[in-house]
Design a protein around this ligand. Structure first.
Ligand code: FE2
Length: 430
């Protein structure tokens, strides 16, 4: 059974990563920060968790305002280090624990926590700044990391109470995962700071001390503050500490604080704390109920013949293929594809199997492999075929036979804008 063995809280200021990379850990300006982090690093090395679930916020690096969401769980296989303007730090990529990440997503949705998911996005200093000082990483990270990105930059954002509720749901999710895993939840961000406007440079060590005490002993009191109240006490950007509440709620009420340190070298109150918990497993019957609850919504779908739910496992497997076919919405990509299909597939890094499925317009094979229908209709449009061609092929029927089953057999259409783009009845086979 998976179980949470403790939590770590640490600021994610880029200062930390910068100092590490520039060999300044012993520099008087930075040494107090590294001294504050050392006990957390030692605890993590001693505990050797299988998985770290790391909560952080992106800083307008990989998550932009064209589509902003409050809670985004990393569900892809690996995550690279983001280039934030001056080149990416020389750190190894993170490797996710797909089984746990996908179970967490399913469990949260079952608990009506409708989060978003992401793959193929590099992660910025919000994640890598704390991680790089919390564990040695010579060539690879010593554990799997499930990243949970929290959009706290564009208001409205969830209430402190909602960050807390997410932590409770996370605990239920991890507790019900059926594999022996030791999990540490890492919260990042804060403490007091403000980095914009005339109030830039605001700090409040008194509030930071209060926050740390309440966080350990009466964390629910922190869920009653508004974002404005957090900003008043800890600076506008310091209000990101609401992210910590998710970690705290994932731990039981009673925690053993093994370490707490605080420094204020420049712009941000930097805290580092370690909380250990007694690993108590829920009853087997309780876990079974939780697993049944997670499966409830899709339970039975396997009995529907010819149905392939596009779930996270399918999405991860088919990601490269779906990304390539989705790319056909760009006229330039369409032209390159039509000029030399095999070359375009190769350049997109498709495997031979994936390329053959595309080149042969093997619609049924594409679906079975992991493509979603809505990129197939794009490929059909590019190929001068209608949606009806695709439906007929997936059913293994000639177009005329399938059309004869429709109430309006003459209704042949596609997502292509150009008229007569799908005026052929032949499905290419090569
Ligand atoms: Fe931040």
């Amino acid at each position: 059974m998976a179980r949470i063995i403790g939590g770590i809280a640490l600021s994610h200021t880029p200062t930390i990563g910068f100092a590490l990379d520039h060999g300044k850990a012993q520099d008087p300006a930075w040494k107090p920060i590294f001294d504050a982090i050392a006990p957390a690093k030692a605890w993590l090395a001693e505990q050797r968790p299988d998985v770290v679930l790391l909560t952080y916020n992106d800083h307008v690096t990989s998550f932009f305002f064209d589509h902003y969401s409050p809670f985004a769980l990393g569900v892809g296989e690996r995550f690279e280090v983001a280039d934030e303007g001056g080149g990416a730090r020389a750190l190894p990529p993170l490797h996710n624990h797909l089984g746990l990440a996908h179970h967490i997503a399913a469990s949260l949705f079952a608990d009506e926590f409708d989060l978003s998911t992401f793959q193929d996005k590099p992660l910025d200093h919000g994640c890598f700044s704390p991680l790089s000082v919390l564990c040695d990483h010579d060539g690879a990270w010593p554990m799997r990391v499930v990243p949970l990105q929290m959009g706290v930059l564009q208001f409205p954002i969830p209430t402190a109470r909602r960050f807390w509720a997410l932590g409770r749901a996370l605990r239920r999710a991890i507790d019900s995962y059926d594999e022996d895993l030791r999990v540490v939840v890492v919260a990042t961000g804060g403490l007091s700071h403000q980095v914009h406007g005339e109030r830039a440079g605001f700090n409040n060590p008194g509030w930071d001390a209060n926050f740390l005490t309440l966080f350990e002993r009466d964390p629910q009191a922190l869920t009653r503050l508004t974002h404005a109240e957090y900003a008043e006490r800890g600076g506008f950007e310091g209000a990101e500490v609401v992210m910590w509440l998710t970690m705290r709620a994932a731990l039981p009420a009673q925690v053993r604080k093994l370490h707490q340190a605080y420094t204020l070298p420049s712009m941000t109150g930097i805290a580092c704390a370690v909380y250990e918990v007694d690993a108590s497993s829920p009853l087997a019957s309780e876990q079974q109920r939780a697993r049944d609850h997670v499966r409830e919504q899709l339970d039975g779908v396997e009995r529907l013949p010819g149905t392939y739910p596009f779930d996270l496992a399918r999405s991860v497997k088919g990601y490269r293929l779906n990304r390539f076919l989705h790319g056909l919405v760009a006229p330039q990509a369409r032209r390159a594809f039509l000029a030399d299909e095999a070359k375009a597939c190769r350049e997109a890094g498709l495997t031979d199997e994936e390329s053959q499925l595309v080149l042969q317009r093997n619609w049924q094979g594409l679906i079975r492999y992991g493509a979603i229908f809505f990129v197939l209709e794009k490929l059909a449009a590019v190929s001068g075929l209608s949606n009806l061609h695709v439906y007929a092929h997936m059913r293994g029927e000639p177009l005329e036979v399938f059309l004869a089953t429709r109430n309006a057999p003459s209704a042949v259409y596609s997502v292509a804008a150009a008229p007569n783009a799908h005026d052929t009845n032949e499905i290419p086979t090569t």
